[in-house]
Unconditional design. Structure first.
Length: 454
């Protein structure tokens, strides 16, 4: 068993299938031989009883001819025993004095049984089958030769014994070839997988032409490889952008400190400290955003989300922003039941990032609104700034994405705010998109409502 487990799949499948076929053929051959033997012996017994009934009819009608009993073809000997068990009549070759069997056997054959009888009992080399029928108080015994039936059974047994191993061998060879042919695409997938592991991106697994399970497996694996490549590409780009973004404030801090050390009179330490603190705060915000994205990416998906009033969150964020005197006024508009199934902290971060982004790019005003539409709740944050061209409206949600127009990331942002918005919305079962505000831009976040429409 351990050797079979260590062998290949081809060998295991062939061995298991061959063993099952061998057991089936052996059992089928044995049943065939037994059925043939039973059928032949039953035919002999039937023919013997027919002859015995003919003789019994003559005995009962008292029309039995004088002399030895006449037996038909295939019948070896016949005897008629009287009520006391003595031989009354016998056929040619039969014993006229001694019964063929004892009294107990006579009772068995009278009851319908068929018993084997050695041919030497009546001077014959063949094996015999003895049957009998009652004829009043007398009993008619008829013995027929069973040698031909036994020879037939023996011939069939030898034939089955010779053909079963040959059939098993042929099946094993055919199974080995068929399994090998079926596993050839799998082996091709394995070899190409090794090449992909060592050669990098761009390679795909070969897809078999048939529409079978291996074809679907290859298509699925190619899709998985494409997703892994895309994820790896995004991760490398994200790490490179993060390193670049962190290097900029670090370089600024180092420059300010070096200038202050080299020229203490030209660069007072209080001004240097203010610049360093500003750059450190920028790095802190960037690191916090990176940690938040990492938690979002690694968090398992859950369907059991708490119910939160989005209107209260929007009002709270807008009130906090308005209290510090933003660059442009921020208004709030909440209509209807806007409770959603989402985490309150996630909603607050979504609203805060959208409002901060709108305040940075607005010309005169920012509006934050929440309303109910069917089974979803919409959060809309609009500004009247320069807007975003249609071809760049998806790029703004990419991490560290840069645009060439006035909505490029300014010094106050980390370049991750809108990416965090989309990731948090997706994790909450919703979506985030950018539309034309005419003028300006309008961000729309759709979230599942807490209660269905009444």
């Amino acid at each position: 068993m351990r050797a079979l487990e260590r062998s290949g799949l081809r060998a295991r499948l062939t061995a298991i299938a061959t063993a099952l076929v061998a057991v089936t053929l052996v059992a089928g051959g044995a049943l065939l031989v037994l059925a043939l033997r039973h059928s032949l012996l039953d035919g002999l017994d039937t023919s013997g009883r027919e002859r015995a009934r003919e003789i019994a009819a003559l005995v009962q009608s008292d029309s039995l001819p004088s002399g030895p009993l006449a037996v038909g073809a295939g019948t070896a000997v016949a005897q008629v025993l009287d009520g006391s068990g003595a031989v009354a009549e016998a056929s040619v070759g039969g014993d006229s004095l001694v019964p063929l069997v004892d009294s107990a056997t006579v009772r068995r054959v009278r009851a319908g049984a068929a018993v084997p009888l050695a041919g030497s009992r009546v001077g014959l080399p063949d094996e015999l089958r003895l049957v009998g029928v009652p004829a009043g108080s007398s009993t008619v015994l008829v013995a027929v030769s069973a040698q031909e039936a036994r020879d037939t059974v023996r011939l069939v047994s030898f034939t089955v014994a010779a053909l079963v191993p040959l059939a098993v061998l042929c099946f094993a060879v055919a199974c080995w070839l068929v399994v090998g042919s079926s596993l050839r695409p799998v082996e091709a997938l394995r070899r190409r997988a090794d090449e992909i592991t060592g050669a990098g991106e761009g390679l795909r697994l070969p897809v078999p032409p048939g529409r079978d399970e291996v074809h679907r497996l290859a298509v699925t694996l190619n899709g998985m490889i494409a997703r892994l490549e895309e994820s790896s590409r995004r991760q490398r780009a994200f790490v490179a952008d993060a390193a670049h973004e962190l290097r900029s404030p670090l370089a600024a801090v180092r420059t300010q400190v070096e200038v202050s050390v080299a020229h203490p009179q030209a660069a007072p330490w209080d001004e240097t400290a203010d610049g360093v603190l500003e750059d450190v705060a920028r790095m802190t915000r960037l690191v916090d955003d990176l940690l938040l994205l990492a938690r979002i990416d690694g968090a398992p998906e859950t369907r059991d989300r708490p119910v939160t009033d989005l209107g209260a969150v929007v009002a709270s964020v807008v009130g906090a922003v308005s209290s510090v005197g933003p660059r442009v006024p921020v208004t709030c508009d909440v209509a209807g039941d806007v409770r959603v199934r989402a985490d309150a902290d996630s909603l607050r971060r979504i609203v805060q990032n959208l409002v901060d982004n709108a305040v940075r790019h607005a010309a005169t005003a920012v509006e934050a609104a929440a309303c109910r539409h069917g089974d979803e709740v919409r959060l809309l944050v609009s500004d009247d700034g320069a807007g975003v061209p249609p071809e760049a409206r998806e790029r703004v949600f990419e991490r560290f994405a840069r645009l060439d127009d006035a909505r490029s990331r300014d010094a106050g942002g980390t370049g991750l705010g809108l990416s965090i918005v989309r990731d948090l919305a997706t994790a909450s079962g919703g979506t985030a998109a950018l539309e034309d505000g005419a003028p300006g831009a309008r961000f729309v976040v759709r979230l599942p409502a807490a209660l269905p429409v009444a």
